[in-house]
Design a protein around this ligand. Structure first.
Ligand code: GLA
Length: 332
């Protein structure tokens, strides 16, 4: 492996990021600071982890990530307060134990955003304000049924984006969602982006999560989605890239045996994806993997616990997988 790194090789195209958490310091610090120049918090800036109880804030884990990024000259993608996950029960409850009113939930959201922006707003460049608001079922309305939708109403995303812009005017604001290359999801994402623009929501970017599998990606679909989203004039980030070796619909245990052919398909898909990202680098500013190296990945726990996955660019011992060299050379 030459001294050239992913982050350096891709300087002229886009930032190379990883999602991480303080438990990966110092074990992953060297890999992070050499191969990556963008960082995302795995959970530490979600509503619940940051503000676990009404009167309790938990800044320390997020502070650690921000300090590391600052010290190492990395850009920072904050993620993701308004989501159906990542909240704690208190957020939707009033003091009497019933459901919080619309007014009170809006106050809590504004407080959350204001505190967040005061602490991190001068450093964070990008922020996934709303995550995964879409219902996957093509037969159902666009918006997923969540506490946010039920309590705040149909325009809750626009409200959240406007609040975020008010308190953090210099941060580029993103809507973030998964399966974005699949045609049925692409259609709903476009409907939502249109709705947000009609409502005057300051949504400036779309985050393509890109949790992929060797079984479910057609590279032409990836291109079609990039073009469809770019037509809205928003910036694009790949925010949570990983490529599972299993079929996400297959939850069997023990895990299916992994073959060389499966690893080859993963390598080829990574090579093909980076080629597409380079081709569309006029609209793509950031490519982030959901994890740093294969020694820690959420895919060991999802969609079932108990099978080991190897979805990232670096082996568990932090050496780059052989195809990374090809991805680097293709950028030079
Ligand atoms: C989604 C979320 C992320 C993370 C992953 C799984 O993609 O956006 O924040 O929770 O699931 O780890």
């Amino acid at each position: 492996m030459s001294e050239m790194t992913l982050a350096k090789a891709y300087e002229k195209y886009f930032k190379i990021g990883a999602a991480t958490s303080p438990r990966e310091f110092p074990s992953h610090a060297n890999l992070l600071r050499t191969q990556f120049n963008s960082m995302s918090p795995e959970n530490q800036m979600k509503f619940g982890p940051l503000h676990p109880e009404k009167a309790v804030w938990n800044f320390d884990p997020a502070d650690q990530l921000v300090s590391f990024a600052r010290e190492n000259g990395m850009v920072f993608r904050a993620h993701a307060p308004v989501w159906h996950g990542g909240t704690n029960p208190w957020i939707f409850e009033n003091d009497a134990g019933g459901e919080v009113s619309r007014e009170e939930l809006l106050e809590r959201l504004e407080e959350q955003f204001t505190v967040f922006a005061a602490r991190y707003g001068d450093f964070v460049q990008y922020w996934d304000v709303v995550n995964e608001a879409i219902d996957d079922d093509p037969a159902k309305p666009v918006l997923r049924e969540t506490n946010w939708l039920r309590i705040l109403g149909e325009d809750y995303l626009a409200t959240a984006f406007k609040l975020a812009k008010k308190v953090a005017p210099n941060v580029q604001l993103f809507y973030n969602d998964y399966d974005e290359w699949l045609p049925h999801k692409r259609e709903k994402i476009c409907k939502l982006l249109k709705k947000l623009q009609d409502e005057g929501a300051p949504v400036e970017g779309f985050g393509m999560q890109s949790h992929m599998s060797i079984y479910n990606v057609d590279i032409d679909d990836v291109k079609r989605s990039i073009e469809a989203f770019a037509a809205f004039g928003v910036r694009l980030h790949v925010t949570e890239l990983d490529i599972s070796l299993y079929d996400p619909k297959d939850r069997s245990l023990p895990a299916p045996l992994l073959t060389d052919e499966m690893f080859e398909r993963q390598a080829q898909l990574y090579i093909d994806l980076f080629k597409v990202y380079r081709e569309y680098s006029d609209v793509i500013d950031n490519v982030t993997t959901w994890g740093v190296a294969d020694d820690y990945t959420w895919l060991n726990y999802w969609p079932v616990r108990g099978r080991t996955n190897y979805p990232l660019l670096f082996y568990a011992d932090h050496r780059p997988k052989p195809f990374v060299q090809e991805i680097i050379e293709a950028a030079l």
